[in-house]
Design a protein around this ligand. Structure first.
Ligand SMILES: C[S@@+](CC[C@H](N)C(=O)[O-])C[C@H]1O[C@@H](n2cnc3c(N)ncnc32)[C@H](O)[C@@H]1O
Length: 373
C-alpha cells in the first residue's frame, strides 16, 4: 500500500488505523488532496482552522504547523491521528481535539470537511460549522465525484448563502461555502420506536430510519439468563441491544462500548440516570481484564462510509473471546453471507446456531479457547 504523500516540500507517511490487509484501501483519497491543494494555494493563511471528518488524519498531519482544531467523532480516528503524528515525529502540542457538538470557536476562519456518506451527518457537522464560523469565513468541502448527490447542495444551501462547486480534479470536487446563515433551525436528534421503546439518536448515527433489521432479529430471539450479571453491548450504537437485555434482566450491570462518539452520546440519552449502566468511548476492549463479562451481545460493524470490511468485526471477536468469562456467552447476529461462523469456531469451542432466517443468523458462542490469539 502506498502510504507516502509528497506535497510541495513536505513528505509524510499516513497510515490507516486500524490497519488493513486490503491493499486497495488507502488512508486518504483525491478529495483530501484537493482540499489540501486549495489550502496551499491560499495567499493569506488563516489563523484559525477547523478540520472535520478527517478519518485517518491526512489533513491534520499536513496542516500540523497551523495547529488546526480537529473534530473527532471516532475513538479509532483519534488513535490514527496520534499514531501518524508519532510516525512522522510531529509535535503533539500542535494537536487540538474537540467533539462534534462543541462549538469550535466564534472566530474560525476556515473549515475543511471531507463530506461524509451520511447526509444527516453532513447536516449536523455543517450546522455546527456555520454557527462557529467568522462571518467572512470559508468552508471547503471535498468529495469524490462518483459520490455526488443533489442533497449535498440542498444541505449546503440550508446553512450558507454562497455555494459554489469547483471544477473536477482527479475525479474529485470541492464545494466552497461562504456567508454562513446563523441560527438556522435544524433538528439534530431523531427518535425511533421499536417494541414500545423509543430511542433517541443524533443525526448520522447508524440505522436512523428504524432499528436495524439484524438487531431486531437478535432482540426477538434474545434469552438472558438471570445469572448473567455483567453484560457488554459491543459496538452499541444507540444502545438498543443493551436496553432489551436490561428489560429482561433489570439487575444486571450493563456496559456499552462504541467507537462513534455521537452514537455513544445518543445511547446516554436512552439510559438517563441509570447507575448500573457504564459507557465506554473506545474501539477496543483493551481496558478490560480477561474473563470480565458473563454475556456479550453484538451486531458487528460491516459498513464504513463507502467501504465494506469484516476485519474490524473479526478483531472484535478476538477481543470478545478474551474478555468473556469461561462460562459466559457471546451472542452475535450478522448477515448470512458474511459467514462469520468460520471465524468464530477458531475462537470458541462451542458455536451454536440460535436462529436463522433468509437474511440473518445468530450464533451463541461459549467456552473461549484457551490458546492465546
Ligand atoms: C451494525 S452497528 C450496530 C449498532 C447497534 N448495536 C444496533 O444494533 O443498532 C455497528 C456499530 O459498530 C460501531 N463500531 C465500528 N467499529 C467499532 C469498534 N472498533 N469498536 C466499537 N464499535 C465500533 C459503529 O459505530 C456502529 O455503531
Amino acid at each position: 500500500m502506498q502510504n507516502k504523500f509528497i506535497f510541495g516540500n513536505k513528505e509524510y507517511k499516513i497510515k490507516r488505523y486500524p490497519p488493513t490487509e486490503n491493499k486497495s484501501l488507502k488512508a486518504w483519497n483525491a478529495a483530501d488532496e484537493y482540499i489540501l491543494r486549495y489550502f496551499v494555494d491560499l495567499d493569506d493563511k488563516p489563523d484559525s482552522i477547523a478540520v472535520n471528518n478527517d478519518r485517518f488524519g491526512f489533513l491534520t498531519t499536513y496542516l500540523n504547523e497551523f495547529s488546526p482544531k480537529t473534530i473527532i467523532n471516532f475513538a479509532s480516528q483519534k488513535k490514527a491521528i496520534l499514531k501518524n503524528f508519532e510516525a512522522n515525529n510531529l509535535s503533539k502540542e500542535n494537536l487540538s481535539f474537540i467533539n462534534p457538538l462543541k462549538y469550535i470557536s466564534e472566530k474560525t476562519e476556515l473549515a475543511l470537511l471531507k463530506i461524509p456518506k451520511s447526509m444527516d451527518l453532513f447536516r449536523l457537522l455543517l450546522k455546527q460549522i456555520a454557527e462557529s464560523l467568522n462571518e467572512n469565513g470559508i468552508v471547503i468541502c471535498g468529495f469524490m465525484t462518483r459520490h455526488f448527490t443533489k442533497q449535498m447542495l440542498t444541505v449546503a444551501e440550508k446553512f450558507f448563502e454562497d455555494v459554489e462547486q469547483s471544477l473536477a480534479w482527479k475525479k474529485s470536487r470541492l464545494l466552497i461555502l461562504k456567508k454562513p446563515k446563523k441560527s438556522v433551525e435544524q433538528k439534530i436528534i431523531k427518535e425511533i420506536t421499536f417494541k414500545d421503546q423509543t430511542f433517541k439518536q443524533y443525526f448520522g448515527v447508524f440505522s436512523s430510519k428504524h432499528i436495524d433489521y439484524a438487531s431486531q432479529f437478535l432482540i426477538r430471539n434474545l434469552n438472558v439468563d438471570q445469572n448473567q450479571q455483567r453484560v457488554l453491548d459491543l459496538a452499541s450504537g444507540n444502545g438498543v441491544l443493551a436496553k432489551f437485555v436490561q428489560l429482561k434482566n433489570p439487575n444486571c450491570e450493563i456496559h456499552l462500548l462504541e467507537d462513534d462518539w455521537l452514537a455513544l452520546e445518543s445511547s446516554k440519552m436512552n439510559f438517563e440516570n441509570d447507575k448500573n449502566v457504564h459507557f465506554h468511548f473506545a474501539d477496543s476492549l483493551d481496558k478490560f481484564e480477561g474473563g470480565f463479562f458473563d454475556l456479550i451481545v453484538c451486531n458487528p460493524p460491516f459498513h464504513f462510509e463507502f467501504e465494506n470490511n469484516i476485519e474490524v468485526a473479526i478483531g472484535l471477536f478476538h477481543q470478545a473471546k478474551r474478555c468473556l468469562n469461561k462460562d459466559g456467552s457471546f451472542h452475535v447476529v450478522a448477515n448470512r453471507h458474511l459467514n462469520y461462523k468460520t471465524h468464530l469456531i477458531k475462537l470458541f469451542d462451542e458455536v451454536n446456531l440460535v436462529k436463522r432466517n433468509k437474511r440473518f443468523e445468530i450464533y451463541d458462542c461459549k467456552s473461549p479457547k484457551s490458546k492465546k490469539d
